[in-house]
Design a protein around this ligand. Structure first.
Ligand code: C2E
Ligand code: CA
Ligand code: CA
Length: 923
């Protein structure tokens, strides 16, 4: 019973398959027919277009040749006939004129006759006979046309019966003008249209093709091939024709007409200058005749195919029934046999499966080892290399056989010592590493190999006394770190030390001076008039000038003195063992060196410099005091008229007074909450849609006006006011973000002092609960300065905040120490590349390499990268190219009041497809 059911099912399946096949055949047949038809239509239109272009060109040449003659006659008239009173008869009614006229039409087979008509409409001379019969031609359309309009061009008449010979002719005519521009008659050429038969025929027509020559008003002048009633002038009456001629030619399909003419394809081409058109047409029936044959063949093929499919289906069903019956018999016989086989097989399979698993596991291990990017070796308790991969041999440059297995590890080590493998290690490192002893603790260290690559080598001891050691190639990272370290302490433009490098060196110099009880002088320099140079000649010249000034100053100071660019147009000098007298001498020389004219980019550029001097120990005992007092002296020099130097005197206290006043105002401001927050978008680098906003403090003092955060934030940090202010900013920003229509993140800056506050973690936990902001939407921006302090405490708080879901971002990356190996110890999610790098990105190859290095390393550490200070499209493109993740800067949006960010997010939310639900949820 079940077998019969199965059979029926099978038969049904075959039938369905057959029907599907037939349908497919029909579909393929029909679509092929349609495609072929389209091709036939396109081909026809193309043929017609070619035909019409050729014929229009030839017709144009014929008319132009005739027109040239008319123009020549008209020119002659304008020369010889002075005025309308004189008329053309005296000059052009003569036999000489008749002969001249006849000569003009030689070689023009299309021209039957030339006739000159006076302004009264009576013929004056003609080429047919002389003397000319005085025929009144005033009623001819060409005469009326020129008598009534001021047309200076050529005119082609409708088809007319020639009054002399009764033939069908059109007249090409031109106006005749006397020297004084008065109308004195018309000259015409009778054009024999049968002339066109010749080249229409030469074009070689296919069946059903026809050509007409028509005027712009639609009247037909010539039809080819001729029809019996060809002499009846008719018009091209379809609207399609008029729109096509208005458009300057083209093609269309004309539907059939009531008088029995079938649909046609038409191509229209203008004959410029004569208001004439060539129309090439082909009957659709003829154009598609071949296609019809193909369609019939296709239909037959489909029918035949369908028939064959049906037949096949029938045969298959029958055959299948027979097979099924014999199958059933065989099946019953084999069933018994199979039962006994199955038992046997089960037992064998179990055995095989366990063997297979073992082989697979070994295989997987081997493949994994060979495909690891790291080299690996396993040394057993007896000190023999038991496992290794090819990568280990490659990274260590070991001879192939050495790692083949069974080699004592001590032998490998001895080989490495011979090859100078450990020469780059410090004395301290050499005590532990490269001895060939197996480790007792887990260790990791970096080694620069003789071939220049750098490896990270990690060893983990095993319980049996052996070890596993991995080798990772970190050359790229090590090089980038080297570059960053250099960039961190050096100014990219001038190659001098930067503020950071200067601080470190001054520190050391001061310690040296204290130990050796010597003096030391600090010179603070600021260029005068640099901004004007920048504004006048542009930044390129400004940069060149800074480089030139740096070079001049380098010539003045000694080798063991320190010259640094502190930023912008500020420089500093430390004179080792320098006293007040030497400082004054160097200051004078610096003044002279800078003040000389510099020839830059074709401009003669001059700047000055003001210099403040502070000397250790008289003017200060610490780096900070010396710099502050040097600055104060510089301020004095500027106030005293610039371009001079000034030594610190203790009554130089203006800056200090300013600072104190600001500090007192700031204290009031914190109490009275004179602060607001501005919000600046941080955008996706590809879509440029905001994914976060950074909250930035703004202080508007009632008298001072807006005070820059660059001025008051450091003051707030020094005075501890930042604790209170920072908490306010944090809470205000989170409360604002909680009300936004889209869940983008909010980034808040945190000062190191805030981070040291033991209550920070509790404050943030409570604050998030109060404002209702999800912790995952908060990002905290920290500066590198923080990382140098009490590492463990910092890492602990960062980790706890991260556990809440808060993201940690390293701000101003690249400006401080920038040691990425060091960074690895801190749980950051993202880094923000400082905007000083972006500024140099397009002009400076080194800056570009640095940014690339930062991106590579950040990615290796799994950090997102934000590019800060993006001001131009070019910078944005470059960051895109370098695959930075997010961008921030004036190009994408300036810091704006809260309402603007809020409004922008509402509008964006409203534009989204799921807007309703989202806004309801947010509202
Ligand atoms: P930051 O954290 O590096 O903030 C970015 C600064 O770059 C902002 O200056 C911003 O206006 C500016 N900026 C953004 N895009 C561009 C650009 O395309 N070109 C240029 N030239 N500048 C751009 P702002 O607002 O003057 O803030 C200065 C600094 O003050 C901040 O630097 C931050 O260190 C500090 N600060 C601001 N608000 C707070 C705060 O709430 N708490 C703390 N602790 N510090 C803050
Ligand atoms: Ca920031
Ligand atoms: Ca920043």
């Amino acid at each position: 019973m079940p077998c019969i059911l199965a059979e029926k099912r099978q038969a049904r399946r075959i039938r369905r398959g057959a029907i599907a096949l037939v349908l497919l055949l029909i579909a393929v047949g029909a679509s092929s027919a349609l495609i072929l038809r389209r091709a036939a239509v396109i081909e026809t239109q193309n043929d017609l277009r070619r035909l019409s272009v050729i014929l229009a060109e030839q017709a144009a040449q014929s008319f132009q040749a005739a027109d040239r003659v008319l123009r020549a006659v008209a020119e002659q008239v304008a020369q010889d006939v002075a005025s309308a009173e004189e008329g053309i008869a005296p000059d052009f009614g003569t036999q000489a004129a008749h002969i001249a006229l006849a000569r003009r039409m030689e070689n023009l087979p299309q021209v039957e006759a030339l006739t000159m008509v006076g302004s009264d409409g009576i013929s004056v001379n003609a080429t047919r006979v002389f003397p000319s019969r005085r025929t009144l031609l005033a009623d001819r359309s060409y005469f009326r046309h020129f008598a009534e309009t001021d047309d200076r061009g050529a005119f082609v008449s409708e088809l007319v019966t020639n009054r002399v010979n009764g033939g069908r002719t059109v007249y090409l005519a031109r106006r005749l003008l006397a020297a004084d521009d008065a109308f004195v008659g018309v000259v015409n050429a009778a054009i024999n249209l049968n002339y066109f038969n010749e080249f229409f025929a030469a074009a070689g027509f296919e069946d059903g093709t026809g050509v007409t020559l028509a005027r712009a008003d639609g009247s037909v002048l010539k039809r080819f091939p001729m029809s019996p009633d060809d002499n009846v002038a008719e018009r091209m009456l379809t609207p399609a024709w008029y729109t096509t001629t208005a458009a300057g030619g083209g093609g269309y399909r004309s539907p059939g007409t009531a008088d029995g003419r079938g649909p046609r394809f038409v191509q229209v081409r203008p004959i410029p200058g004569f208001g004439l058109f060539i129309n090439a047409t082909r009957q659709e029936a003829e154009a598609l005749a071949r296609w019809r044959q193909q369609a019939v063949a296709l239909t037959l093929a489909v029918l035949f195919g369908s028939l064959l499919t049906g037949l096949l289906a029938l045969l298959l069903t029958r055959q299948f029934a027979l097979i099924a019956r014999s199958h059933r018999r065989i099946e019953m016989d084999s069933m018994a046999l199979r039962a006994s086989e199955a038992r046997l097989r089960d037992e064998t399979t179990a055995l095989e499966a366990s063997e297979e698993r073992l082989t697979q596991a070994t295989q997987i291990l081997r493949t994994t080892l060979e495909h690891m990017n790291q080299g690996i070796i396993l040394v057993d308790g007896q000190g023999i290399v038991a496992v290794s991969n090819r990568r280990a041999g490659l990274l260590l440059d070991l001879p192939g056989a050495m790692l083949a297995g069974g080699t004592p590890f001590a032998e490998i080590n001895a080989h490495q010592v011979r090859c100078g493998e450990f020469e780059a290690l410090t004395a301290a490192q050499r005590k532990t590493f490269g001895t060939g002893r197996l480790p007792v603790h887990e260790t990791t260290y970096e080694r620069r190999r003789p071939n220049g690559t750098t490896l990270e080598i990690r060893s983990v001891p095993l319980p049996d006394g052996g070890m596993v050691r991995t080798y990772t190639d970190i050359t790229a990272r090590a090089e980038a770190e080297g570059m960053l370290a250099l960039a961190a302490s050096h100014d990219q433009l001038t190659g001098l030390a930067n503020r950071n490098g200067f601080g470190q060196r001054l520190d050391r110099a001061l310690i040296g001076a204290q130990r050796g009880a010597t003096t030391l002088a600090v010179l603070c320099l600021d260029l005068d008039g640099f901004k004007a140079v920048n504004d006048t000649y542009g930044h390129e010249v400004g940069d060149l000038l800074l480089q030139r000034v740096a070079a001049c100053m380098r010539d003045v100071v000694r080798e063991d003195d320190l010259l640094a660019r502190m930023g912008g147009d500020e420089f500093s000098v430390v004179l080792a063992q320098g006293d007040a007298a030497r400082a004054a001498q160097v200051a004078r020389r610096l003044l002279d060196a800078v003040r000389q004219p510099h020839l830059l980019g074709g401009h003669r550029v001059m700047v000055g410099v003001s210099i403040g001097i502070a000397v250790y120990p008289l003017d200060g005992g610490t780096v900070e005091q010396l710099l502050r007092n040097g600055d104060a002296a510089l301020y004095q020099a500027k106030a005293g008229g610039r371009n001079r130097w000034c030594a610190y005197a203790s009554d130089v206290g203006d800056r200090e007074r300013h600072r104190m006043a600001l500090e007192s105002d700031l204290r009031d401001a914190v109490e009275q909450r004179q602060f607001t927050l501005a919000y600046q978008p941080i955008c996706d680098v590809i879509t440029t849609e905001p994914v976060a906003f950074e909250a930035l403090l703004r202080w508007t003092h009632p008298l001072r006006g807006a005070v820059s955060p660059g001025e008051f934030v450091p003051l707030a940090e020094q005075t501890g006011m930042i604790l209170d202010l920072g908490r306010w900013a944090l809470e205000a920003a989170c409360a604002e973000a909680a009300a936004w229509a889209l869940p983008v993140r909010i980034a808040v800056n945190l000062s190191p002092a805030q981070f040291r506050d033991p209550g920070l973690l509790d404050f943030i936990t409570d604050m998030l609960a109060r404002t209702g902001l999800a912790a995952t939407r908060l990002e905290l921006e920290l500066t590198e300065g923080l990382l140098l302090e009490q590492t463990e405490g910092v890492v602990g708080v960062m980790q706890a905040l991260r556990d809440l879901g808060v993201r940690m971002v390293l701000d101003d990356f690249g400006t401080a120490n920038s040691n990425l190996s060091y960074l690895r110890g801190f749980p950051f999610d993202a880094v923000k590349i400082d905007r000083s790098f972006l500024r140099a990105l397009s002009s400076d190859r080194q800056a570009r390499a640095l940014v690339e290095a930062m991106l590579t390393m950040s990615r290796a550490l799994g950090l997102d990268v934000v590019g800060e200070g993006v001001e131009t499209q070019e910078q944005l493109s470059m960051l895109r190219h370098l695959q930075c993740d997010r961008v921030q800067g004036y190009l994408l949006g300036r810091p704006e009041p809260a309402e603007i960010a809020r409004e922008g997010l509402w509008q964006r939310a409203a534009r989204r497809p799921d807007a309703g639900a989202r806004l309801a949820a947010a509202g």
